[in-house]
Design a protein around this ligand. Structure first.
Ligand SMILES: Cc1cc2nc3c(=O)[nH]c(=O)nc-3n(C[C@H](O)[C@H](O)[C@H](O)COP(=O)(O)OP(=O)(O)OC[C@H]3O[C@@H](n4cnc5c(N)ncnc54)[C@H](O)[C@@H]3O)c2cc1C
Length: 391
């Protein structure tokens, strides 16, 4: 059945919809997609919710630098974090045929929906540096990090690993590898200053640990090319490397763009403050894959989970014929690991602007591990009945 407002009062439509089990398709079984699914099914057993994801495992993306360095699998079975009533379709969505409210899957089948939650996440941008698609490595997605793990595992002592990008992902990656494999020469190259989004205090904690781990840092230098065994800087200087890891640029999945939905320049689905797509009243966005036009949010696990919850609440409101609530972001901080023994937690206000207060060292590492593991153990655990929300 397709939802229709034609020729019936709202209450009649709602009854008809409940009788016929509204079908919600969730595209992507990451942080946002799982949070959305579990919130949808928490109190609404009449819903039919299908999660489409290319893998049977839930990828803890925030641990992909650990996977690359060789100290974590960064996965748990997807079934363990999904509500037991959720249906799981292991496939990729090729296109969202939004005029017909249908998705075409890579396995040549289609799924009809009444509402769709778009939570397809993000990936690295291969075209950002010449040669990066052939000679560069990445930690952005599970398969990337897995390939990198094999490569790093095979590197001999004294090999040079170069991390390109001095942002949070680059810092986590460089410190994890240096901590795990002290016999490698780890170098970081950043086009601006390293850890530029942190307060002065937090930044100096990060630089101190990087120094202790023996990481060579080059700031304010742009990499223009990656080739076999070397990287080239904007001034023409060549530097030897045995592994160039690009962490400098993330973009959204291109699925929304290729489906003809309105997006921003980075391919993020354009949504309003209630997370409804500007192109279709039956599509709601969540996580890295979307952007709220009035207030773009940092791509993060921290935002993805409550965005997933909020997307589900918007769909539930639309099904009930009620007005969905606007999102009210409540960021608390930026937390980055610096290997297994140290980390920095940088306090922010609810809009994600940094405050001077930060905590580092061993205490920071304990806090960071608590945050990461409790996301899977509590926030995404359907047995706990707990929902993390910004509502
Ligand atoms: C190394 C690393 C460290 C990070 N550390 C932190 C951190 O400390 N704190 C923090 O807040 N954030 C961190 N992040 C960012 C964080 O991981 C992301 O912001 C978060 O994963 C976004 O969640 P999501 O659900 O939107 O997307 P994802 O977790 O990427 O999930 C999207 C899912 O959709 C699937 N998908 C994609 N396309 C399709 C399709 N066409 N059909 C079906 N399924 C599809 C993907 O395979 C994936 O399973 C880190 C990221 C990386 C790479």
């Amino acid at each position: 059945m397709h939802w229709s407002y034609d020729g019936c009062s709202n209450s009649v439509c709602v009854m008809a919809a409940h009788e016929n089990h509204q079908r919600v398709v969730v595209v992507g079984g990451g942080y946002a997609g799982v949070a959305a699914t579990n919130r949808l099914l928490k109190d609404s057993p009449h819903l039919s919710v299908t999660v489409v994801n290319p893998r049977e495992v839930f990828v803890e993306r925030v641990r992909l630098h650990q996977l690359a360095a060789g100290n974590s699998t960064a996965t748990v079975p997807l079934r363990d974090v999904l509500h037991p009533d959720a249906r799981l379709e292991i496939a990729s969505v090729d296109t969202i045929e939004h005029a017909d409210r249908r998705v075409a899957l890579g396995n040549d089948t289609t799924l009809d929906y009444d509402y769709l939650i778009y939570a397809a996440g993000s990936r690295s941008r291969p075209d950002v540096i010449d040669g990066a698609d052939i000679h560069g490595w990445s930690v952005a997605e599970y398969e990337d990090a897995h390939r990198l793990r094999e490569h790093i595992h095979g590197l001999a002592a004294g090999s040079v690993v170069t991390v390109i990008g001095g942002g949070l992902t680059g810092i986590e990656t460089a410190t994890e590898i240096a901590d795990q494999r002290p016999e490698l020469d780890v170098m970081m190259i950043s086009s601006d200053s390293i850890a530029s989004t942190l307060s002065d205090g937090a930044r100096s904690k990060v630089l101190h640990v990087m120094d202790d781990l023996g990481i060579t840092t080059i700031s304010d230098a742009a990499v223009t090319e990656i080739a076999e065994g070397k990287i080239v800087l904007a001034g023409g200087q060549h530097l030897h490397t045995d592994c160039a890891i690009v962490t400098s640029s993330f973009v959204a999945s291109d699925l929304a763009q290729r489906s003809g939905l309105a997006t921003d320049a980075d391919g993020r689905l354009s949504v309003d403050a209630t997370l409804e797509s500007e192109s279709s009243p039956f599509i709601v966005g969540a996580g890295d894959a979307m952007t709220v036009d009035e207030a773009p949010l940092r791509m993060s696990c921290q935002a993805a989970v409550p965005l997933g919850t909020h997307a589900a609440e918007t769909v539930l409101a639309l099904i009930e014929g009620a007005h969905p609530k606007p999102l009210s972001p409540k960021f608390v901080g930026q937390c980055l690991s610096l290997g297994r023994r140290k980390a920095v937690f940088q306090r922010t206000n609810s809009s994600d602007d940094v405050r001077e207060w930060s905590i580092g060292g061993r205490a920071g590492a304990v806090l960071k591990e608590q945050i990461v593991s409790s996301t899977v153990k509590f926030a995404l655990n359907p047995k706990r009945g707990f929902t993390y929300s910004w509502s």
